[in-house]
Structures are given as C-alpha cells and as structure tokens.
Design a protein around this ligand. Structure first.
Ligand code: GLN
Length: 459
C-alpha cells in the first residue's frame, strides 16, 4: 500500500467516524497528502527513513509550522506557529505524514479531555465514556485507527492514563530525554512528550525518532540514546527471566480502587511471574503526599507559564476594553476556561509574597523525598508495577463538577513526573463492562529500555 492510499483511507475514516469520537481539532487533508506523495517518491527513490509515509497525529499542544495550534483554548484559537517543535521536525525528517492535531484538556490541564474549549472527545470503546486525558484525542485517535500512532504530552499522567482508558500503549520518557522546544509549556519541570501507539514496538520506534539532546531546550539531557528498536528485537518475546518488579505496598491500600482494576492488576502480576519476572514488595513511603505536592507545583509553574497569553502578542484579544488592564482582564477571563483559571489562581496565590515557602517551597521538599523513595526502590528492582488509574474510563460529565475527585484519580501517575522517571502504560485487560484497563511500569531515569522490554514481553 502506498502512503497516499493509506493517508487517504485514514482521512476517509476520520471523515466518517470522527464526528462521533471528536479526536481531532484539525485535519489538513491537502498538507497530509502532499507529505504522503513526497513519501511515496522517497520510497520509489529508495530514500526511506523509519517513518517514511506513516500517518501520525499530534496533540494540539505541539507547535506545527503553518498549521493551527490551539492548545484546545479559546485564547489561541487562531494561532498558527511559524516554526515546528523539535519533535515535529524530527518526525518530518524521518518521513512521517502529519495527519492532524488532536484534542486535549485546555493547556493539558485535566484527566478527561472534557476541559477542551473545542469539543468533547469520546472513548472509542464506549462513546458515553471519557477517553481519559489530557492527551485524550491522541489516545482515541490511535484506538479508533484514525492514524498509525500519535504523540501526546505527560505532566502528571496525560499520556499513560488516556492510553490505559483507550486500550493502547503510552510511554512517558525520562524528563530530559525528549526536547520540549515547541511544546507549549504547562509545568516546565514536569512536562515530557511521548508516543501513544498500538503496541510496544511502535513506541520504541517513535521514541528512537524523537529522543536526543537539543540546543533549543536547555533541559534536554546530553545522554546517549540507545537504539531501542534493535535492542528490543534481540529479546525473545515473552521471556522476561532475570527481571525483578517491585510493587509498592502503599499503592495497594489506596482508597477507592475499582475491583476490576484490582483484578486486571493481579492477573498481570501473575502473567509477569509466569514469564519469569521476580515480584517483590517495595515501599514508597511518601505516596500519601504526591497528589497534594503535585497540585501545588503544577499550578505554580502553570500560572507563570500562562502569563504570556495576555492578548498583546498573539491569540485572542477582547476588543471591548477601556484600557490596558481592562484588556488583560477581559482577554484572560474570556480566553481561558474555568479549569485553567482555577489553576492560575491557585498558582498565583501559592507563589505570592509570604506564601512561597509555605507552599511551593514545601512541595519542592516533598518532591525531593519522593525522588529519594524511587532511588531507594530501584536498588532492589528493575521496574515498579502499578495500576495506571484507580478505575476504568468514567462517564462523560460524571466528575467534571468536582475537580478534587478528578485530581485524586491521578494518584498512580503523578510520581513518575515528580521523580523525572520514565513510565509506560500497557493494555492488560478489560473491566466487566468491556472497557480497557492498562498496567503501569516505571523504571530508573533513562532506563526506558527496561520498560520497553517488560512491556513487549508482557503484551
Ligand atoms: N491530570 C493532571 C493535571 O491535570 C495531569 C495532566 C497532564 O499530564 N498534562 O494536571
């Protein structure tokens, strides 16, 4: 099949079904077909790269030259970047066809993709349920076979949790593994870009392409990038002898874990044992403080990052204003949705004079303790095994009026961001209602290889 045929077929599929799913904000058929034609020519000329002709979707938080980048916010609803983010350039250099930009919670703040100013995305497995979030559009697009793979971003679980809810693979790389240049910042010390794919090997292929140091992002790490795909191919599928998995005892006593999630988790543990993995109990003593510390740090960084959307340089501006201050007020009140405003207010409050030490300072200290918990745990295991979310995908509208309950569902995914370590979500089973449920594996910094190996062996 040629890339033009494949791209055309996927776009037809999107036209037919995305009205119901709502995975995409933008699909540029002409642009995609131009790239597909070029890919076919490259194939004819024998000039192929790992992604030549492969249609890939991008979370609409990644800057794409000449293509609208909205962050699912009214404040950027007409923003067309003049440059590609580093990951986008790398995809293009490797032959990918950018098929479209996917829906998300506004500025990646949320866990259900309901906080989008554009539309709601529905879970392809059950359209009355959320796809998870914030990369819900990317996960739904992969699950609905609208694209071959997608990129998402993960600040506190936004790749892994929607992947779990949609029955696909989601990988959050180590902080610094992938350049964030051209990613609209939410919480800069936590954000990472990563693949959402149909299987683990595809995640390895994409990770190979997007990883590496970048002079445009000073937080991108100067570390070698292993050839993940080649390394993975050397492992025999299903043979995980010699690997040790740790299960945090604190995770098992988290309140409100759904029995279906518990069952899938226990079955996964058993399968891993059958594949030769040694299972150990470990301890992450500061688990109780993870949600509280994250929901200080992330909004603080967000309030600072989002100050740039003031109606002056780009994006939406409210023109009914009397003076500059009035313009700022009206632009931000109308341009940002309720969840984004909530986070800006929390973050600004917590960072204000006299409160910094009590909130951000303390949360940062807790973060150090969380990192130390993980360093200690990895002395005795290759990866940590856990659920991804306490329950399968919930009904649209069920939690949207209760932000705190929504925040609490992030309990298992936030730590990887706080500690800067990689995490993967791999499909593991189904709930009694037929919704997919994933399991999470986390490894040491820059040890994505262990996650890929374990995930590949397990899937
Ligand atoms: N649900 C978390 C939040 O709202 C994480 C989101 C993300 O990873 N972008 O902050």
């Amino acid at each position: 099949i040629s890339s033009v045929e494949l791209t055309t077929a996927l776009i037809e599929r999107i036209e037919q079904y995305d009205g119901e799913i709502g995975a995409f904000i933008t699909v540029d058929k002409d642009l995609a077909l131009d790239q597909a034609k070029k890919a076919d020519q490259d194939i004819a000329d024998n000039k192929t790269a790992p992604l030549t002709g492969v249609p890939i979707a991008l979370k609409d938080l990644l800057c794409t030259r000449g293509m609208k980048t909205t962050c699912a916010s009214k404040i950027l609803d007409n923003f067309v970047p003049q440059y590609d983010g580093t990951v986008v350039s790398k995809l293009k250099e490797n032959g990918a066809v950018i098929i479209g930009k996917t829906n998300l919670d506004e500025f990646a703040m949320g866990s259900s993709t309901e906080n989008s100013a554009c539309k709601i995305t529905r879970n392809p497995w059950n359209t009355s349920c959320v796809p998870g979030g914030s990369s819900g559009g990317s996960a739904a697009a992969v699950a609905a076979r609208f694209c071959c793979a997608a990129l998402g971003t993960d600040t506190g679980g936004s790749i892994r949790q929607p992947a779990s809810h949609c029955g696909v693979v989601g990988l959050k790389p180590t902080y610094g593994r992938v350049s964030r240049f051209g990613l609209v910042s939410y919480a800069s010390s936590l954000d990472q870009i990563g693949p959402i794919t149909k299987d683990v090997r595809d995640a390895a292929i994409l990770l190979n392409v997007i990883s590496g140091n970048d002079t445009m992002d000073s937080t991108s790490a100067k570390v070698d990038v292993p050839d993940f795909t080649t390394a993975l191919d050397q492992f025999e599928k299903g043979a995980l002898k010699g690997m040790t998995a740790g299960i945090p005892k604190e995770y098992l006593s988290v309140e409100g874990i759904d029995p279906d999630v518990e069952k899938v988790f226990n079955d996964a543990k058993k399968s891993l044992q059958d594949l030769g993995v040694e299972i150990k109990e470990i301890s992450l003593p500061h688990t109780d403080y993870v949600v509280a510390a994250y929901y200080i740090i992330a909004p603080c960084e967000a309030s600072s990052n989002l100050a740039r959307f003031d109606g002056v340089k780009y994006g939406f501006r409210d023109k009914s204003c009397d003076d500059l201050i009035d313009m700022y007020k009206k632009t931000k009140s109308k341009g940002f949705g309720p969840e984004v405003q909530r986070r800006i207010i929390i973050g600004t409050y917590a960072l204000s004079a006299g409160y910094y030490d009590a909130y951000y300072g303390r949360a940062s200290k807790v973060r150090t303790l969380i990192m130390e918990d993980f360093s200690k745990a990895f002395e005795t295991c290759d990866f940590i095994l856990s659920p991804v979310a306490p329950a399968p995908a919930f009904k649209i509208g069920e939690k949207i009026d209760d932000p705190l309950t929504m925040y609490l569902t992030d309990i298992f995914t936030l730590s990887a961001n706080m500690a800067g370590i990689p995490g993967i979500s791999v499909p593991a089973g189904y709930s009694s209602k037929g919704l997919p449920i994933g399991i999470q594996m986390m490894a040491k910094r820059f040890d994505e290889m262990s996650l890929l190996r374990a995930g590949y062996g397990f899937e």
